[in-house]
Ligand binder design. Sequence first.
Ligand SMILES: [Zn+2]
Length: 123
Amino acid sequence: MYELSIETSFASAHQLRGYKGKCENIHGHNWRVQLSVTAAKLNEIDIAIDFHDLKRMANEVVEQLDHKMLNEIFPFTEINPSSENIAKWIFESMGKKLPANSVKMSSVTVWESDTASATYYED
Ligand SMILES: [Zn+2]
């Protein structure tokens, strides 16, 4: 298998409902996102997917969150905009954009600071 990864980022505000502590208050992060896809084989020019296409799709996804209050965007109106849930949302949103016959989502890691991240992947 091949695994390809790209990184992107966005800036947004959120608050964690039900959290007892500072994160219950509105605050912002510069979120960093690493996204990986896997491929079983390469195409006729020996690549799995063009990095440029992968970055474009990832940016289309994270643009929906950039400079927004995450708690006002579905599904974060209903579930907490935690790093964990953001990673899963990006994973699922990317899954709908990828060409189904060539690559598959592998994992999404979301850093809310330089030293704290959450990763979502499926078995
Ligand atoms: Zn936070």
